[in-house]
Ligand binder design. Structure first.
Ligand code: CA
Ligand code: CA
Ligand code: CA
Ligand code: CA
Length: 458
């Protein structure tokens, strides 16, 4: 059974993670369109649940589930830095020492890298880290140290585990590594070499004492990882794995694991979430006839949502892991949104200050002067890495006539100050805000907005 994985792709903006009173909407049991949108009730209720159970230290369900929550929040286009004060991102950043408790340290780093990237942060410099587990917040280097030339291994050097390779590929892709790099391609080769005769994957290789054959959870993640690494959805490995998932689909349309005592299939939300992601990653539609038996996986997944907004793993499960609603809910959100791991925001929010040091930010659109705009360095963003030539401002998306690095707000760190010709910005009378976009030197897209007030010429 399984083996906590890590997360996944594509997001857009940046709403605020608002704390709303727990919703009491009855779960819908049938969805005719997919993917769901972030403002659909089922998704909003699930996010509200996560925010509602956040602890005073910023954690959501503990260290491991908090990373999954960050991915889920980012998958919905919200900014996890805005969730709580301290935020769930602050909590992860400040508790790197908890990696000491990881069952497999490699998957621990992998999960963290996926969360860090989802939070628009740098996995090689995420806070102070921990002197042993992530010095200087460099999770990426520590993970790479756990690659033995062929595959990722745990802290005891075990070479019979596969889940650290699935999630390792996803973490490296999230961190921006080249899919053709030796490290990623060696993992791909190891994963493919250990695909079962039935087309599925397990969390381990047959050499592992506890190996018990393929399972849908790891098969789903194997598909997601290979596709993230550039494998085509029509390749033999993917086709065989999808065929395995078809053979394992329950008549209800859901997916599950075999109970080790009764031998019965336990349809559950976590398995169904990951398979749904795998189907999407492979370019297929989980609510299409191809994946529908009595019903489709998405509708089955929605049956696991409680009135609280939480997703349960499965009903009547009698052991403590079943209480991990925070993590289970965080798996469901990207699946409903059609966002396979790794969650990589398409745009990261930054703080900007139009006319630094003054407020309100009065602008005379007819002025022949320039508007100074600062991109501020914060705990989560280093403005000095912005490529000034990519920065565009205002309705006319104009480039700057001048830029410099300096401590604009006097708080001891270096910010970027840019000047834009007022008349070129496209700001017109009555506008109340303006947006700045750009890219960092390593290609991350940024976006910031600040208020303004237009005034007539003097
Ligand atoms: Ca391995
Ligand atoms: Ca200002
Ligand atoms: Ca600052
Ligand atoms: Ca500063």
């Amino acid at each position: 059974m399984s083996h906590r994985k890590l997360m996944g792709p594509l997001v857009t903006l940046v709403l605020v993670c608002t704390l709303i009173a727990p919703a009491m909407t009855a779960p819908a049991l049938a969805y005719s369109s997919y993917p769901l949108e972030p403002d659909d009730d089922e998704v909003e209720d699930a996010l509200d649940y996560l925010e509602g159970v956040q602890e005073a230290d910023g954690s959501i369900g503990g260290y491991n589930p908090s990373a999954w929550a960050v991915m889920a929040i980012a998958a919905a286009g919200e900014n996890p830095h805005e969730c709580g004060d301290p935020s769930v991102v602050d909590y992860l950043r400040d508790n790197a020492g908890l990696l000491a408790d990881e069952y497999n340290l490699a998957t621990g780093y992998e999960r963290m890298i996926l969360a860090i990237v989802a939070a628009c942060e740098d996995p090689s410099a995420f806070g102070a880290g921990d002197p042993t587990y992530a010095p200087d917040g460099d999770y990426l280097s520590k993970l790479k140290e756990m690659h033995n030339g062929t595959q990722f291994v745990d802290q005891w050097g075990a070479t019979d585990l596969l889940n650290d390779d699935f999630w390792g590929v996803l973490a490296l892709i999230a961190a921006g590594e080249d899919p053709d790099s030796d490290m990623i391609q060696s993992c791909v080769a190891f994963i493919e070499a250990n695909q079962g005769e039935d087309g599925g994957w397990s969390w381990a290789t047959p050499d592992n004492t506890w190996y018990s054959g393929s399972d849908v959870d790891d098969t789903a993640v194997g598909i997601i990882a290979l596709i993230a690494a550039g494998e085509g959805p029509g390749s033999d490995a993917i086709a065989d794995a999808l065929a395995y998932l078809h053979t394992e689909q329950d008549d209800t349309g859901g997916f599950g694991f075999e109970d080790w005592m009764s031998g019965e299939l336990v349809v559950n939300s976590a398995s169904t979430s990951w398979v749904t992601q795998a189907i999407v990653a492979a370019g297929q539609d989980p609510i299409s006839g191809d994946w529908t038996l009595d019903d489709n996986p998405v509708n089955v997944l929605l049956t696991f949502q409680e009135e609280s907004g939480a997703f349960i793993w499965y009903p009547d499960c009698g052991w403590p892991g079943c209480e991990a609603r925070e993590r289970i809910t965080s798996y469901a959100i990207p699946a409903l949104l059609g966002v396979p791991y790794p969650v990589i925001p398409t745009v990261c929010p930054v703080s900007i200050d139009i006319k630094p040091g003054s407020f309100p930010n009065s602008i005379n659109p007819g002025s022949k002067g320039v508007i100074p705009v600062a991109i501020l360095t914060t705990a989560s963003f280093d403005a000095s890495v912005v490529d000034a030539s990519t920065v565009l401002f205002g309705p006319a998306t104009v480039t700057a006539v001048h830029h410099a690095l300096e401590d604009v707000d006097g708080d001891g760190d270096v910010d970027m100050i840019l000047h834009f010709r007022t008349q070129d910005t496209g700001i017109s009378s009555g506008d109340t805000e303006a947006t700045l976009t750009g890219e960092t030197a390593d290609g991350r897209k940024i976006l910031g907005t600040d208020s303004l007030r237009t005034v007539p010429g003097q």
